[in-house]
Write a protein that binds this ligand. Structure first.
Ligand code: ADP
Ligand code: ZN
Length: 721
């Protein structure tokens, strides 16, 4: 090639042409450094006819500077990137960037220098040096990483290097991963499990696109089944990607994987250290990494040799990314499997309605596991009508639930109380003047965290100490906590059962892999009597002694009434109920509610999943909601309220007229202020047949806005705030 078109990482420019020096071997997908003005930037060589760009006369072209020493992005991945940008109305460069999400890896292999304490003392000790040396202990890492660990500036550490206190260590950046062994510990599968596993194993051998919906009740052994497919991919020398909805779940998964395959898989998530990220990325791109388990961001990585994709807990809403490129990793996983011609397994006990619909339509092959492994029975479910069995004032557990917990304590069994609300109380107000603590940056109340004695915003992270007096009227000792959070429930449990060992399981308490590991080990060992947790404990865990699940407030998720409130509530409660009685002892689930007649709650009580899906399907069809119709949102935001409003109005004013598309708004978003930005929203409801994305692009592309205004498009939105 004499000239190439390069997708550069700059949303405004996107495609630029360059000449190729005579001695440079270059191909599509190569990652290159190119000049832009006085700077150098990174980009990907792309098929010219697939990128808009101006033909530049050959004489004006500047040359590509360098082909970076990483394998070129394969055609299948380039098509996936295009598809994603197109479908989600996102800039191509923003999507492509997700494939190259380790800048260190792009520099190629070789060695690098890390630092560690040498044992020498500095000639001159300063307080900062002392802090750093204490904090570093046996750590080894780059200056940047060590600076973070020690909470000092890079400069302090550089000084320690000059003084010989930190010594350089040359390390290989390509330390290999240990190999997983497909036959390390093979389980005996039940006949049902074997049928599922056989189908998957066969599909891995076929190397063609086959989407499966593994629809198995909680505790049916879905993981064991798809592990057989992983084993088949290992034997075939192909890579497997396992997508999990949350990093919190990976700890548990790693352990199970190691028990089955003799070594942990390769991890990928956003909080990896730069060095871990580089190592994983390079192993993924070279094909050396065999099994990669990760959060949604692992979906766009440049796998050398992908053979299988698994999406576990596929119904989880956290597969939907709500900022940047707003994509749904579950859906894009299926598309990636199609481009790469491989099987993809969506595993869930409570599949999304969209997935069920696709299974019914024959697009997905549904494989059912209808009973729990080892003869365990599904738990009994009972509703506790809070209007009849009200807890005492200032308490949140009804007498019946408290009695059931007492029984478990007496028998040495575990209880789990579920409330999807962190902190002590969701609202704090002044008894004297009625002042309510609100976030200055968001349309949200500040949540009291009694453990850390702070009032915190769960949206932007703003937090302040709990004051002694009301900031409005100055009265002392007048603040009242309204409503319960997990901390408050844990308090109540401690008061009722002073001898019980209570553990809180939320993202506040289980915020590191170590803490999660400790918690799981303690729960499995029976060292915890009562777990009080948020949605973090609703899935993935298997605690044999857990026989009682109490849902503190089943109605919580139904408030606000967004499109998927019913489905989400059903899934969450069915999942948490699924933690009860997974081994030999039967489980019981008590659900506290004020709306026992609501369709979702009634279906949960009756254990009638089909009834729930039917009712939900009818409601969605009537509303033209997914999967029968489609939604999209346009979110306009600015730090300046008037500017956001004007931009939203301008968009509304130039709305296109289409028979198949209804446009609502603009209106202030329910979350009218978020992280200091004022937000307006337009909602679009379209028939399936409408060319939704094209309409939106043709509508928004010609419009111009001040740089301080952000206009985001959310296709198939999950969040309606
Ligand atoms: P699910 O993900 O469907 O809720 P899991 O895969 O977590 O279920 O399985 C539930 C429990 O049963 C786990 O502890 C798992 O190890 C065990 N189990 C499932 N199938 C088998 C099997 N064939 N042999 C041994 N243990 C199994
Ligand atoms: Zn806030």
């Amino acid at each position: 090639m004499k000239r190439v078109r390069v997708l550069v990482f700059n949303a405004a420019l996107s495609a630029l042409d360059y000449s190729v020096p005579a001695d440079m071997a270059i191909d599509f997908g190569h990652v290159v450094r190119v000049p832009l003005g006085p700077r150098q930037i990174t980009g990907i060589v792309w098929e010219a006819d697939r990128l808009d760009g101006k033909e530049v006369p050959a004489s004006k072209l500047r040359p590509v500077l360098e082909v970076l020493p990483v394998p070129p992005l394969r055609k299948e991945l380039r098509r996936l990137i295009e598809w994603t940008a197109d479908y989600y109305c996102a800039p191509l460069s923003s999507v492509a960037r997700m494939a190259l999400s380790s800048s260190a890896a792009l520099k190629g292999g070789g060695t690098m220098t890390e630092y560690r304490l040498s044992g020498a003392q500095p000639p001159r000790m300063t307080p900062q040096r002392e802090v750093a040396m204490d904090a570093l202990g046996g750590e080894q890492g780059t200056i940047r990483e060590l600076a973070e660990i020690a909470s000092v500036s890079d400069g302090v550490l550089r000084g320690l290097v000059s003084a010989g206190v930190l010594e350089p260590v040359t390390v290989d950046i390509d330390r290999p991963y240990p190999k997983a062994r497909p036959d390390f510990a093979q389980p005996d599968l039940s006949p049902d499990q074997q049928r599922a596993a056989d189908a998957f194993v066969y599909a891995v051998g076929e190397r063609r696109f086959r989407p499966f919906l593994l629809d198995g009740v909680t505790g049916s052994g879905k993981t064991e089944c798809y592990f057989e497919a992983v084993a088949a991919a290992l034997e075939a020398g192909r890579q497997t990607l396992v997508l999990l909805p949350e990093i919190a779940l990976t700890e548990n998964f790693l352990r199970r994987f190691e028990q089955r395959f003799g070594t942990p898989p390769v991890l990928w998530h956003s909080s990896l250290k730069a060095t871990e990220r580089r190592r994983a990325w390079r192993a993924i791109a070279s094909g050396e990494a065999q099994v990669i388990v990760g959060a949604r961001s692992s979906l766009f990585l440049p796998y050398a040799n992908l053979g299988l994709i698994i999406v576990d807990e596929a119904h989880e809403v956290s597969f939907k990314q709500d900022d940047g490129v707003r994509y749904n990793a579950r859906d894009v996983a299926v598309i990636r499997a199609r481009f790469e011609q491989l099987p993809v397994i969506l595993a869930s006990a409570t599949p999304a309605l969209e997935s069920m619909q696709l299974a019914q339509a024959g697009v997905y092959e549904r494989i059912e596991l209808s009973s729990r492994f080892g003869g365990a029975s599904l738990p009994d479910v009972e509703l506790l009508d809070l209007r009849e069995q009200a807890p005492e004032r200032g308490q949140w557990l009804s007498p019946r639930l408290a009695d059931a917990m007492q029984e478990r304590l007496a028998r040495g069994e575990q209880s789990l109380l579920f409330l999807n609300r962190r902190g002590y109380a969701p609202l704090t107000l002044c008894r004297h003047c009625g002042y309510r603590f609100q976030c200055p940056n968001c349309t949200a109340w500040l949540v009291e965290h009694r453990f850390s004695q702070r009032l915190a915003c769960h949206h932007c992270g703003h937090d302040v100490p709990v004051p002694d007096e009301c900031p409005e009227c100055g009265t002392g000792d007048c603040l009242v906590a309204c409503g319960p959070g997990v901390e408050r429930i844990a308090d109540e449990v401690a008061q009722r059962f002073p001898d019980a060992r209570v553990a809180q399981a939320t993202s506040d308490t289980l915020n590191t892999p170590e803490k999660i590991g400790d918690f799981v080990a303690a729960a499995e060992a029976g060292a915890i009597d009562v777990i009080v947790g948020t949605q973090l404990v609703t899935k993935g865990y298997h605690f044999p002694e857990l026989t009682l699940v109490g849902v503190v407030d089943a109605d919580l998720g139904l408030e606000g009434g967004d499109l998927r409130a019913g489905e989400r509530t059903y899934q969450q409660i069915a999942q948490v109920a699924g933690r009860a009685g997974r081994a030999s002892k039967p489980g019981e689930v008590l659900i506290q509610t004020r709306h026992p007649e609501a369709a979702v709650i009634a279906a949960l009580a009756a254990g009638d999943r089909d009834a729930f899906y039917e009712a939900e399907t009818l409601a969605r069809r009537d509303a033209g909601a997914p999967p029968f119709g489609r939604w999209a949102a346009i979110i306009v935001s600015s730090e300046d309220e008037a500017e956001a409003r004007d931009a939203a109005r301008a968009i509304g004013g130039s709305r296109p007229a289409h028979r198949d598309i209804a446009i609502l708004g603009p209106a202030p978003a329910p979350m009218a202020l978020l992280r200091g930005r004022y937000r307006y929203r337009l909602l679009i409801n379209a028939r399936r047949s409408a060319q939704l994305q094209r309409v939106i692009r043709e509508w928004l592309d010609p419009m111009e806005f001040p740089a301080s205004v952000r206009v985001g498009v959310d296709i198939d939105p999950y969040s309606f705030v």
